[in-house]
Design a protein around this ligand. Structure first.
Ligand code: IDP
Ligand code: MG
Length: 152
């Protein structure tokens, strides 16, 4: 399994509800490595680019308004298979259908307030990381206990 990077964001509802530590902890405890982290209130251009794939959907304007409504905690996480694994940790888009034990399954009830975003594929991860972060905001590092996380 190759090492990958993915873009994860705690949306304004997660920040407002004081869930930053709780959400961060789940990725950290799983064994992934944090390589980028910042808090940013997105402008419309950033939010529209990020959700560009949903431009024609009826909820697009409300979604952009919501994402721009307050601070977002933007992160890049690295690790073996992290893109798909992060989506599993996050859970289904509709929180009432998300499995208990997932972030959305445990912490949210409304599709429009589902607390966290995660890239859905390698191409979207690369696009979203480049959109939210400059290269020099990302840290290449290896945890001191790496051999206790992955074999060889
Ligand atoms: P994802 O966040 O699980 O990848 P997407 O289908 O990519 O889900 O949708 C992006 C975001 O748009 C969702 O997380 C949710 O906040 C919002 N969204 C998606 N579908 C709806 C909807 O039908 N009504 C309201 N908001 C929606
Ligand atoms: Mg998506």
């Amino acid at each position: 399994m190759a090492s990958q990077r993915t873009f994860i964001a705690i949306k304004p509802d997660g920040v407002q509800r004081g869930l930053v530590g709780e959400i961060l902890m789940r990725f950290e405890r799983k064994g992934f490595r944090l390589v980028g982290l910042k808090q940013i209130t997105p402008d419309r251009a950033l939010a529209e680019a990020h959700y560009g794939v949903h431009r024609e959907r009826p909820f697009f304007a409300a979604l952009v308004d919501f994402i721009c409504s307050g601070p977002v905690v933007a992160m890049v996480w690295e690790g073996h298979g992290v893109i798909a694994a992060a989506r599993m940790l996050i859970g289904a888009t509709k929180p009432l259908e998300a499995e208990p034990g997932t972030i959305r399954g445990d912490l949210a009830v409304d599709i429009g307030r589902n607390v966290v975003h995660g890239s859905d594929a390698e191409e979207t991860a690369a696009f979203e990381i480049g959109l939210w972060f400059k290269d020099d905001e990302l840290n290449d590092w290896t945890p001191a206990d790496q051999s206790w996380r992955v074999e060889a």
